[in-house]
Structures are given as structure tokens and as C-alpha cells.
Design a protein around this ligand. Structure first.
Ligand code: COA
Length: 377
């Protein structure tokens, strides 16, 4: 059977027009620019206006990605939209987006909190590897601002709106997701939750009066979870791909808090500047954060087709996902030799590591656990 790979051929993003700075927030709640910057790394975020619902910002990001990939709406076989903030509870926003793009294909919405886009990328890869589809658009879009209690300083300073997208296409040259891990630990579901307006606690005046239609977060628990999972999951997928942190051109983490990334980088022994960060400008855009960061990293020349990336997401659920990704790009001829070289190298390393796989996995976990105890607690 022919082996297919899911090549990332296009990328795009859309950031809503309105900028809300930390100084603006100082006028809304008891907070300060200094507190927000030192505790999170965020200086400003975007807030979507009434003419920029999730469907619209998704379409803008998807169209930008389609332009880079050089594809038309009629080329799309499937649309995957990761979001926790669709236009409506029903219909799925993915169908609105499919119609607005003018595509004639299947579309579905995927919910995995801030990790959703990573799940979507891996799902797209499966459809392409099986030969079922040739061209898939994977969107991460979020308007968390609509689920924020703007009187709650512990959450309202953290989040922002935005959308990012990639086009993933069938390729016979090795590229795309080389290794991945999808994770979930629902025992921590209550740490990041909108308690009202779901099936357990349907909409009512009481729910609204108790402000249960807004996000509630146990920041410290989420912080501990994120620092624990981020480095460990990355190390596991690197081992799975037969690579070490030094083989990675750029790490692209979920942009939730610069201190979480700092801690993970320390645990992994990787210099922090090898982790791409744009949280300063957008805050935590949830499922949109990694595709937006990927797009900006390429635009800023921090990574390019042919590079090896390591991405990691985490969030509500609690969920996490990481992946080692070879960035293909639209021009198949550019990255072919790079990809070939890479795969021969990776394969050799992979086979070597397989022989000590079990031991290495256990050792990685043990080292990370020791580092955690020494450096975090
Ligand atoms: N401005 C000023 N003070 C604030 C504040 C704000 N916006 N938010 C909280 N504080 C106060 C707290 O009330 C607390 O005051 P107290 O000591 O008098 O009780 C103090 O600052 C410290 O709060 P704490 O929660 O310990 O701060 P922290 O260092 O843990 O930082 C977060 C808080 C939310 C930034 C941090 O826990 C975090 O980033 N968690 C992960 C959140 C996340 O990433 N969520 C999304 C995952 S996808």
C-alpha cells in the first residue's frame, strides 16, 4: 500500500481589530500592567467586534492559508474547526464556515479546549494517511472574550480572541506530523470550566445571576498541570520521533503564560529563546494560539519550510497534545531533499532508540520528575 504523508502547505491567521491593553484593563478591574506582564507576559489582546464572529474570523484565517497553499474552495475535502466558542451552540460553526468558504465537503467542529487545534491537526493527518482525503483545512478559532466575566480579574486579563488555520495536503514525500501524543485527564475537569448553560446546569435566571455562564479557573492547579505536562509530553514525542531537543528548529507552545513555558524550557534544558512566544500581543487565544503562533513564526522568519517543529498544547479537560512536525510548505520541490535527509536520519535514530525505548521512556519520566521536584516545588 502506498504511504501518504500530510504536508502542511498553507498557513494563515486573523486577529480581530480591537486591541485591549493592560492599561485598558486597569480601568475595568483592580489590576496593573506590571502584575499582568510579570505574572503572564501579556501586554495586550484582541477582542472581536460584532462583525467578527467566530465564523468570520475562521474564514479569514482559512482564506489566508488557502492563498499560501494556492488552493481553491473546490479543492477542499474536509474542514475541521477546533473551538470552544462557536457562533451558536447549534448549528456547528464548521458548517457555517464551509458555506462561507464556498466549499462542498464535510465539516465538523472539534472541542478539546485550548488543545483542540492540535487534536485537529492529528485527525487531519489520519484522513490523509489512509488515502481518504487529499486536502483538509484545519482551523483553530476562539472568541473566549464572550465567555469571560469582565469583573473577575483572575481570568479576564488572560484571554483574547483570534483564529489560525493550516491547509494540510496529501504528499508522497515524508513530511508533516512525525510523532504525536494526545492526552486527557478528566479528573481535573473542574479546574477550568464554564459551570452553567450546559446540560448539567441549563440556562436560567439563577445561572446568570450566579455568573455561572462565565469561565471559572483554578489558576494555580492549571499552572501546575501545564508545567508538568508540557515538558514531559514534548520529551516523549521527541523520543518517539527518534529526535532530541537539539534537532528541533523551533518549539511552538500554546501561549497561555510565559512562566509556564519558562518552567518547561528549564526542565527540558532547552534555552527559552528556542520557544516561540507571541503571548505579549494576543494573550491566550485558546485553540487559535498554536496556529496563530505558527503563522507569525513563519512570517517573522523564525521558521521556514523544511524545518522541524515541536508543538505542544494544553488546556481545559484537562487535555494536552504534542507533536513533532516537519513543515512542508507549498513548494514541494524546496523541501523534498531536506525531508529525505531528515527521515533517513530520524529513522536511524529511531531504530537505535527503539532498542532502549522502554528504559529511555522510564528514564525521561524519572529525570523530568526529579527536575520538577528540584526546580518547581
Ligand atoms: N491583578 C492583580 N492581582 C491579581 C490578579 C490580577 N489580574 N489576579 C489575581 N491577583 C492576585 C490574587 O488575588 C492573589 O492575591 P492574594 O495573594 O491577595 O490572594 C495574588 O494576585 C496571587 O495570585 P495567584 O493566583 O497566586 O497568582 P499566580 O502567580 O498563580 O498567577 C495566574 C495567577 C492565573 C497568572 C497563574 O496561576 C496562571 O497562569 N495559571 C495558569 C492559567 C492558564 O494558563 N490557564 C489557561 C490554560 S489553557
Amino acid at each position: 500500500m502506498k504511504q501518504y504523508y500530510a504536508r502542511i502547505t498553507g498557513w494563515g491567521k486573523y486577529a480581530p481589530r480591537r486591541v485591549l491593553t493592560n492599561h485598558d484593563l486597569e480601568k475595568m478591574v483592580d489590576t496593573s500592567d506590571e502584575w499582568i506582564v510579570t505574572r503572564t507576559g501579556i501586554r495586550e489582546r484582541r477582542i472581536a467586534g460584532p462583525d467578527e464572529p467566530t465564523s468570520v474570523i475562521s474564514v479569514r484565517a482559512a482564506q489566508a492559508a488557502m492563498k499560501v497553499a494556492g488552493i481553491k474552495a473546490s479543492d477542499i475535502d474536509l474542514i475541521i474547526v477546533a473551538t470552544s466558542s462557536p457562533d451558536y451552540l447549534l448549528p456547528p460553526v464548521s458548517s457555517q464556515i464551509q458555506d462561507m468558504l464556498g466549499a462542498k465537503c464535510g465539516a465538523f467542529t472539534l472541542v478539546a479546549g485550548c488543545t483542540g487545534w492540535m487534536y485537529g491537526l492529528v485527525v487531519a493527518q489520519q484522513f490523509i494517511q489512509t488515502g481518504a482525503y487529499k486536502t483538509i483545512v484545519v482551523i483553530g478559532a476562539e472568541e473566549i472574550s464572550k465567555a469571560i466575566d469582565w469583573t473577575d480579574r483572575t481570568t479576564c486579563v488572560l484571554f483574547g480572541d483570534g483564529a489560525g488555520a493550516v491547509v494540510v495536503q496529501r504528499s508522497e514525500t515524508p513530511t508533516g506530523v512525525l510523532a504525536f501524543e494526545l492526552g486527557s485527564d478528566g479528573s481535573g475537569y473542574q479546574h477550568l470550566i464554564v459551570p452553567g448553560c450546559g446540560a448539567v446546569n441549563p440556562p436560567s435566571h439563577e445561572v446568570i445571576d450566579r455568573r455561572e455562564n462565565y469561565i471559572r479557573m483554578n489558576g494555580r492547579e492549571v499552572f501546575k498541570f501545564a508545567t508538568r505536562v508540557l515538558g514531559r509530553s514534548l520529551m516523549r514525542v521527541l523520543a518517539e520521533a527518534g529526535l532530541s531537543p537539539n534537532d528541533i528548529d523551533l518549539f511552538i507552545p500554546h501561549q497561555a503564560n510565559h512562566r509556564i513555558v519558562e518552567a518547561a524550557a528549564r526542565l527540558m534544558g532547552v534555552p527559552e529563546d528556542r520557544f516561540y512566544m507571541n503571548i505579549e500581543r494576543y494573550g491566550n487565544t485558546s485553540a487559535a494560539s498554536i496556529p496563530m503562533a505558527l503563522c507569525e513564526a513563519i512570517e517573522e522568519g523564525r521558521c521556514k519550510p523544511g524545518d522541524l517543529l515541536a508543538m505542544v498544547g494544553f488546556g481545559a479537560g484537562l487535555t494536552w497534545a504534542s507533536a513533532v512536525v516537519h513543515l512542508g510548505g507549498p513548494d514541494e520541490s524546496v523541501a523534498v531533499s531536506l525531508a529525505d535527509e531528515l527521515f533517513i536520519l530520524a529513522r536511524a535514530k529511531y531504530l537505535a532508540r527503539r532498542t532502549v525505548g522502554m528504559v529511555q521512556g522510564l528514564a525521561t519520566d524519572a529525570i523530568m520528575a526529579v527536575n520538577e521536584r528540584l526546580r518547581i516545588l
